[in-house]
Design a protein around this ligand. Sequence first.
Ligand code: SF4
Length: 455
Amino acid sequence: MPKQDPLERARNFNEVAFGYTPDMAIQEARRCLVCKKPICIQGCPVGIDIPLFIKHIGEGNFKEAIRILKDKNLLPAICGRVCPQEEQCEIKCVIAKKGGPIAIGRLERFAADWEAQEGILEVPDIKKNSGKMVAVVGAGPAGLTTAADLAKMGHKVTIFEALNEPGGVLTYGIPEFRLPKAIVKREVEYIKKLGVDLLLDFVVGKALTVDELLQDFNAVFIGTGAGLPWFMNIDGENFNGVYSANEYLTRVNLMKAYLFPEYDTPIKIGKHVAVIGGGNVAMDAARVALRLGAEDVRIVYRRSRQEMPARLEEIENAEEEGIIFEYLTLPVKYIGDPHHWIQEMECLRMELGEPDKSGRRRPIPIKGSEFRTPVDVVVCAIGQSPNPLIPSTTPGLNIGKDGNIIIDPATGKTSKKGVFAGGDVATGAATVILAMGAARVASRYIEEYMKTGQW
Ligand code: SF4
């Protein structure tokens, strides 16, 4: 797929990849064997009829391709960009060993972008009004999916979103150059066209509790994601210039800090930036720092490249753009100036031992390997867990040790009658498509519960 030149894109926020042309999409789609037993579908958390949509692309029938996609996935332009297809549908593709798997994600993106370019926004059939009402808390991938599914089933859905824009992590977390916000807006508009009401700036747990929602709605779905950042709890983490990835990315993506003073929110533009962590969020934060104008940006990760949880595509993009990777390195303290701004970072070198519980080789500090590096911005991207507001204001909701809402994954039911949950708030931070898959399961059981009243 054609991309912007790495040196050029490292200084702008425009989308990195341009997407397939129609000819490229047709050519790629024609490689598909349209298998009678398509195991690629088994890898798709929302069960898209992959060979059928690809077959239509191969025949140049893009309109039908997008119809098939949207039958199971209402956010195809988003999933085509940010889902890890290489670990899901594409890894299962039977021709993976002969010239590489079919680029299912890129074809999904192509079909969705084609629809947008054509200015088409077809609304599927919606069932007759059931008279039932559902409150969905959170307008991220899980909440939007549940809302759309239930609206199509004929139920009245209201989404309550705490921020001033819908999209959840798609809006505040993933940068413009990986997922343009116009695309998120367009897919949210589509969901509104299904009759879903969207209330922004509405903090459930403060303005109204879940119990209060249950007085007016037949069921509540909680899809509030995982927005509580983790820190390492090391000396100096409170210095000015040390951000959580959550805050750093929210300032830039949601509040457009890169356009300050045109937009109100400022951000510290670092010269020497360190991003701690090895996941997609770390890659995003590092690439944002580069685009903001940093002289050098380093990813500091305690294991090696092989163990990095980020998508290979994103690691390669970051490498091409000039991000420095400090593998087998662990920050142990930050040193500040007299005005409490971060100035230096002290790190230890690591070596890899036996695999730990996660199956990855355990990093072990090398004694006496301490060294210092000058930094003026540090972004901590080591993970996040669910925000505790709803758990702490909802009696009867069972909560796990990481602050996650405990659900039955087969139904999305929580321990509280009438309350369902899904996505990162239940699993901890995972992927957009897994959140959507969990939301789809919950939608089915929300409908069943509203029909039968049985829990
Ligand atoms: S497994 Fe691969 S070749 Fe077979 S239908 Fe799926 S995408 Fe096409």
